[in-house]
Design a protein around this ligand. Sequence first.
Ligand code: SF4
Length: 171
Amino acid sequence: MSKHKPNRAAQPNDIKAVQPKKKILVSACLYGYCCRYDGRSNLLRDKTFLDWKNRGLLVPVCPEVLGGLKTPRLPSEISEGRVISREGEDVSPQFNKGADEALKLAKENKVLFAIMKDGSPSCGCKHIYDGTFSGTKINGSGVCAKLLLENGIVVLAEDDMFTAKILFNEK
Ligand code: SF4
């Protein structure tokens, strides 16, 4: 007779289901990348946001960089449906390309929602600047935030973390 104990039959609890991680699309400057037009970041120091970051749940995207623009770069604003740099260059093609790339990443990662930097001509979901480069904000969405919304992705601003936490726990 063998001295070895027979193998115990596998029990249901032995098989731990590997849950896919919940992912959230975020503006790369909120994540901490220095990708703003002026080469700085907008690191969001919210405790929950930083926890999600440490757990690898955030998918950082900078639509302007994804669209081929360099950092630093001239600031741009939306005017009559086009994105125009401070020196008058129409950078709409780069902004549209970046928005498409960000949407692709959002879909690939099956993100629950997005947290995007408000006020940006790409990422703003509540406000943008009015196109006069005078520092005047108006209600409106940036190019990328608009595309995400049109594709059914909830877009929150960085000051909407309360809602973000509720959405994260619901899904
Ligand atoms: Fe941040 Fe979006 Fe501007 Fe990139 S495009 S710097 S992610 S606000």
